[in-house]
Write a protein that binds this ligand. Structure first.
Ligand SMILES: [Zn+2]
Length: 248
């Protein structure tokens, strides 16, 4: 299904989602439709554009920061990477915080302003949810590490240890392929006895090889596309409705 059709189907479901305003950095609930309008400053964004930035920021945080740290730590400890991780999906608030810093790294507001926005969003998330996502620290050194990792992600891992970089990219490809084999996993859940489960595992293994053969190249190309950062002007106008002197 094309992304456009997928979106159209989502809109029909009348889902209510939490949205971060790209102008005033307030968080608000909104019914998912073609445009998302902020009740605080009336800024309106095309949902497609919102999702595009969101998706880039999600990958940047998930693969560029969380996975990178995991594999980098393993490499440091053992000298090489021998085991793979399966890290739970990243929290929405972590993605918003990533967006704030990316707007400074890719856009032209500069990292210092981006860090201020980061802190404002962190405070608002904490007020709303009671806590911040794990994996994201708000101390100055922790923010600096995050900025550094996002910079490396924007640079498509240029400067990252070769083995770490290759492992993360492989991880990104595996995540793409996993989406294509979800139906097989459903089979596994259905299996009741151990014997039955083993049969299904076998089947999944064979299917996985087939899927890798069939979609491996395609997934790799998709990942290469995902790694290309959005253009600078994607972030123009960001946060221009924040009153930095009076922001809470
Ligand atoms: Zn707003």
């Amino acid at each position: 299904m094309s992304p456009k059709n997928l979106l159209a189907r989502l809109f029909k479901k009348q889902l209510v989602v939490n949205v971060l305003c790209f102008r005033c950095a307030n968080i608000f609930a909104h019914k998912l439709k073609h445009k998302l309008t902020c009740p605080h400053c009336s800024y309106s964004v095309d949902t497609e554009d919102y999702i595009r930035i969101y998706y880039y920021a999600k990958n940047a945080i998930y693969f560029g920061h969380i996975y990178k740290k995991a594999y980098q730590d393993q490499k440091k400890k053992q000298g090489k990477i021998t085991s793979k991780y399966h890290i739970p999906d990243v929290d929405q608030a972590a993605i918003w915080l990533g967006m704030a810093l990316l707007s400074g790294i890719i856009g032209n507001i500069g990292t210092d302003v981006a860090k201020k926005v980061f802190k404002i969003i962190a405070r608002r998330v904490k007020d709303k949810n009671g806590s911040l996502p794990e994996n994201i620290g708000t101390s100055e050194p922790e923010i600096n590490i995050l900025v550094e990792n996002l910079l490396l992600y924007v640079g498509q891992f240029n400067g990252v240890d070769k083995e770490v970089r290759e492992t993360i990219i492989e991880e990104m490809i595996v995540h793409k392929l996993n989406n294509k084999r979800k139906d097989n996993d459903k089979l596994y859940v259905k299996a009741r006895s151990e014997k039955e489960a083993l049969k299904v595992i076998n089947k999944i293994a064979i299917e996985t090889i087939k899927i890798h053969k069939k979609y491996g190249k395609e997934a790799e190309q998709e990942v290469n596309k995902d790694l290309v950062p959005p253009p600078k002007d994607t972030f123009s106008g960001f946060w221009d409705k924040i009153d930095f002197n009076n922001s809470e």
